[in-house]
Design a protein around this ligand. Structure first.
Ligand SMILES: Cc1ncc(COP(=O)(O)O)c(C=O)c1O
Length: 263
């Protein structure tokens, strides 16, 4: 944001419902926010793509798989954005390791305005490491290197990340367990009486619409020591909670609690 936006003058574009930090970072940098909401099924439409391409924003944040909805955005639509948008297209792939589609890093050479964000916080299970990655053209990375503070990622963080990479087999097992757990929950949740809809997910969580009162379900789970995310106030997400896939025991506990819920 500091690379591309003049504070008090320029804007970024976000596609709600989406990850909240884009907005926080824009506010901290006195950068305005344009919003183009996703469709009711949390996708990009031709109309939205046209709106993005017509926008004078300096950056568009495309979160895929999207938080909090869990779905991948259509690749063909992202490609159209990459070809037509005048600013940088930031594809946030924090959850890409859980997805069935290939990462946009495989297409980097085709698009000079593409920036891909990834993180050690999700599939690697290392959120406490505070280590993220940006993939972009050598030109963009060169500019980012120019504006970054002289202080680098700490030696301890680098050592920890290298150890994690060296133990990549363990990481594959963690991811596979997670995918089995997601499937297990996605198959069982629709039969729970208070569940209205389970949205398709390519992430490590499921967005679920509850009836008639998701916040009552949220409070009930919290009282049982089960922490989920209440997304009811997010655009297009009325009645929804975001359930993170846990260990098999945690998934069973969650399902049992939801089955036992009574108003
Ligand atoms: C879409 C998305 N991007 C980025 C992040 C943050 O990642 P990090 O822990 O590397 O700051 C999150 C975490 O919630 C996220 O949901």
């Amino acid at each position: 944001m500091r690379l591309t936006c003049v504070p008090g003058k320029d804007s970024i574009l976000i596609l709600p419902p989406t990850y909240g930090m884009y907005e926080v970072a824009a506010n901290l940098n006195d950068v305005a926010i344009q919003r183009l909401p996703l469709t009711a099924d949390f996708q990009l439409s031709n109309e939205i793509v046209a709106g993005i391409i017509a926008s004078d924003a300096k950056l568009v944040f495309v979160c895929s798989p999207n938080n909090p909805t869990g779905n991948l955005l259509h690749a063909a639509a992202i490609e159209e954005i990459l070809r037509g948008f005048r600013g940088l297209v930031v594809v946030d792939e924090a959850y890409a390791d859980f997805a069935s589609a290939p990462s946009w890093t495989t297409r980097l050479a085709e698009f000079p305005n593409l920036v891909i964000l990834q993180t050690f916080s999700k599939a690697w299970g290392l959120a406490g490491l505070r280590l993220g990655m940006a993939f972009a053209s050598p030109e963009i990375i060169g500019y980012l290197n120019k504006i970054k503070p002289p202080y680098n990622v700490s030696e301890a963080t680098q050592q920890h990340a290298l150890a994690a990479l060296a133990a990549g087999g363990h990481f594959d097992n963690l991811r596979n367990d997670l995918l089995v757990g997601r499937q297990w929950l996605a198959e069982r949740l629709p039969a729970v009486e208070i569940v209205d809809e389970v949205f398709p997910s390519d992430a490590n969580f499921l967005l679920v619409r509850f009836r008639p009162d998701a916040t009552a379900v949220y409070d009930y789970l919290l009282a049982r020591g089960i922490v989920v995310r209440n997304r009811t106030t997010q655009p297009g997400c009325a009645g929804t909670l975001r359930l993170t896939v846990g260990t098999p025991a945690e998934n069973e506990q969650l399902l049992a609690a939801l089955r036992e819920f009574t108003y």
